[in-house]
Design a protein. Structure first.
Lengths: 113, 114
C-alpha cells in the first residue's frame, strides 16, 4: 500500500528562522512528489514538484525540497521564513501503479514576527 | 498556468436532497481528476479517481451510490452527493492532472447540510 507521512503537525517559528518540514512516503516504485501550500481561507497551491532528474527541486517563494530515494523522503526547506509563510503545507505523492494522488496529514506552520 | 474551476464554492442544502459539484479544467484536458474531502484542520482524504469515459475508482469506505461521479468529457467532472445528510457537510475539493503543471486544485466547495 502507498502512504505519505508528515511528522511535524505543528511548527512555530520566528521570522528569519530556517524551516525544514519532513515528508516520507511508502511505495516501492516510481513516484511523483509534490508540496502544496494552503493559506488561510484559500485553496491549495503548488509549491514544487519532483518527477525525475535533479533530486533538489526549487519551487516558488524560496522553497526547495530534496528527494532522497534511499530514505523515501522529500523534505521541504526554506532558509529564512517570513510571516507570510504562515499556512498549512501538504506533501503529496502520485504513483502510477495505483494511479492516485494522496497526501500526508499536513503541517501547520505559524511564523511569528 | 493550468486553471481548475470548481462550482459552487458554497452550498447549503436540506437533508435528503442532492447536490452537484462541478470541476472544470479551463485551459487543458484532464483525463484524470481526483475528488477529495477535507475535514476542518485535517488533510485531504481521497474519495475517488475520476477517469474520462469510464467509471470512477472509489476509495475504501466511500459509498459510490452516495457520491456519484461523472467524467463525461476531458474538461468536466461532477460529484453528486445524493440524499445528503448533516454528516456529509464538509469541504470537497477536486484536482485535475496536467502533465506540465502536475496537479491543479479547484478552490473547493463547502457543503452544509441542514
Amino acid at each position: 500500500a502507498q502512504s505519505v507521512s508528515q511528522h511535524n503537525h505543528h511548527v512555530i517559528l520566528s521570522e528569519a528562522a530556517s524551516l525544514e518540514l519532513g515528508c516520507n512516503y511508502s511505495y516501492g516504485g516510481t513516484v511523483n512528489l509534490f508540496w502544496y501550500v494552503q493559506y488561510p481561507g484559500q485553496h491549495l497551491q503548488l509549491l514544487l514538484k519532483y518527477f525525475s532528474g535533479d533530486p533538489l527541486v526549487k519551487g516558488i517563494k524560496g522553497f526547495e525540497a530534496e528527494f532522497i530515494k534511499s530514505k523515501f523522503s522529500f523534505n521541504l526547506r526554506k532558509p529564512s521564513v517570513q510571516w507570510s509563510d504562515t499556512a498549512e503545507y501538504f506533501c503529496g505523492m502520485f504513483s502510477g501503479g495505483y494511479n492516485k494522488l494522496i497526501f500526508g496529514a499536513g503541517t501547520r506552520l505559524a511564523v511569528h514576527p | 498556468g493550468a486553471v481548475v474551476s470548481q462550482h459552487p464554492s458554497r452550498v447549503i442544502c436540506k437533508s435528503g436532497t442532492s447536490v452537484k459539484i462541478e470541476c472544470r479544467s479551463l485551459d487543458f484536458q484532464a483525463t484524470t481528476m481526483f475528488w477529495y474531502r477535507q475535514f476542518p484542520k485535517q488533510s485531504l482524504m481521497l474519495m475517488a479517481t475520476s477517469n474520462e469515459g469510464s467509471k470512477a475508482t472509489y476509495e475504501q469506505g466511500v459509498e459510490k451510490d452516495k457520491f456519484l461521479i461523472n467524467h463525461a468529457s476531458l474538461t468536466l467532472s461532477t460529484l453528486t452527493v445524493t440524499s445528503a445528510h448533516p454528516e456529509d457537510s464538509s469541504f470537497y475539493i477536486c484536482s485535475a492532472s496536467d502533465r506540465a503543471y502536475g496537479y491543479t486544485f479547484g478552490s473547493g466547495t463547502r457543503l452544509t447540510v441542514v
